[in-house]
Design a binder for this molecule. Structure first.
Ligand SMILES: Cc1cc2nc3c(=O)[nH]c(=O)nc-3n(C[C@H](O)[C@H](O)[C@H](O)COP(=O)(O)O)c2cc1C
Length: 338
């Protein structure tokens, strides 16, 4: 089973990806949040620069509805040494959709097919696609699949929701199964894999699944890839620190593992991961507020998985200086809530 980390604008930055890869790993491919400009802006460039992504298997993602822009960006990415690009047909944000891009492009299948004709004919790199199921209803999905069947898609990553569902409601495993029946290209399932049970349910319905993409579940619980790839992990028989890893400091953590912690959660590893993120954002961003914004955003996800009392979370969300933030975080004794 291949495991991918989802592109998440503002979250899975290169700083996040590098820290994640160092302390957790278990990811076969990382994806950048989308880049969209013919001349990449500095934030976009920092995401794809090879020197910022040295140790990572990484596929950059492009969002546009203009074939010439797609091809120009793909050419730049090829020159940087990438071996694949991913095309975004899933972004549901109002401004993106209003311009007929992301999931909004699914609203004009005629134009989309012409666009795909050109990019698959001329792209200097193989193209994978990350798609939603349609705009409103599952009835659109079969026609979309018939269109996708016409192109040499390197891999179709299916976020099994429609645009109108945004990020809520149940993803449709049935729709993924339908793609397995109709397409011969490699497929990857995405949507609400948050623990071993949700992963297992997918496999029960679709035993032929060969790849899954983890989004919010892996941000909330960074150990998720280890949990779903090692079924005994949750029962405490395997701990993340017992899984082999290149980094020597991980081996040290393993020796120092605090036994008072929940058996299935390696607190010291999380602290090192957290500290590396904080240091990375301090280096990269000017001023304390943008750094704190990044860390607070992550706590929104972490608080879904870790036991953290509401008062402390509120303090983190309100803190105004990095020193004060660090003092609060130092007092935490996190445990996993599952
Ligand atoms: C804050 C946020 C930012 C996202 N940014 C992107 C993006 O840049 N490109 C993309 O294809 N999907 C993006 N997504 C969608 C995720 O990649 C993923 O498809 C979605 O969260 C469903 O997976 P999950 O249920 O495992 O979270 C984003 C999602 C969130 C919540």
């Amino acid at each position: 089973m291949k495991i991918y980390l989802a592109p998440m604008e503002g979250i899975t930055t290169y700083i996040y990806r590098n820290a994640y890869h160092k302390y957790y790993g278990g990811i076969d491919t990382y994806y950048t949040p989308f880049v969209a400009n013919r001349r990449l802006k500095s934030r976009e460039l920092s995401e794809v620069l090879p020197e910022n992504n040295t140790a990572l298997p990484l596929v950059p993602q492009i969002l546009t509805n203009q074939a010439d822009i797609f091809l120009e960006i793909a050419k730049q990415l090829k020159d940087m040494g990438y071996y694949e690009v991913n095309f975004n047909l899933g972004c549901p944000s109002g401004t993106v959709v209003a311009k007929g891009r992301g999931a909004g492009f699914l609203n004009d299948p005629g134009k989309l097919e012409k666009f795909l004709d050109i990019i698959y004919d001329k792209s200097p790199l193989p193209i994978s696609i990350k798609t939603r199921l349609g705009i409103e209803s599952l009835l659109e999905w079969e026609d979309l699949l018939k269109m996708y069947a016409k192109f040499p898609i390197r891999e179709l990553i299916i976020h099994a929701r429609t645009l109108s569902q945004q990020y809520t409601g149940k993803p449709s495993i049935e729709a993924f199964k339908m793609a397995q029946d109709m397409l011969s290209c490699p497929l990857c399932y995405n949507g609400d894999i948050t623990d071993f049970t949700s992963f297992n349910n997918l496999l029960k319905s679709c035993p032929d699944t060969t790849a899954v993409m983890l989004g919010r579940g892996a941000i909330s619980n960074p150990e998720l890839p280890l949990i779903i790839s090692k079924p005994n992990f949750n029962s405490g028989q395997i701990s993340p620190s017992s899984i082999s890893h290149d980094e020597t400091d991980i081996n040290n953590i393993s020796e120092n593992k605090d036994n008072s912690m929940d058996n299935s959660f390696d607190y010291k590893r999380f602290v090192l991961f957290h500290d590396e993120l904080l240091a990375g954002y301090k280096d990269y961003m000017s001023g304390e507020q943008p750094v704190l914004y990044k860390m607070k955003e992550l706590w929104t996800f972490w608080s879904m998985h870790f036991n953290i009392d509401k008062k402390t979370l509120k303090k983190i969300k309100k803190v105004q200086s990095i020193n004060a933030y660090q003092s609060i975080v130092k007092t935490l004794h996190l445990t996993s809530n599952c």
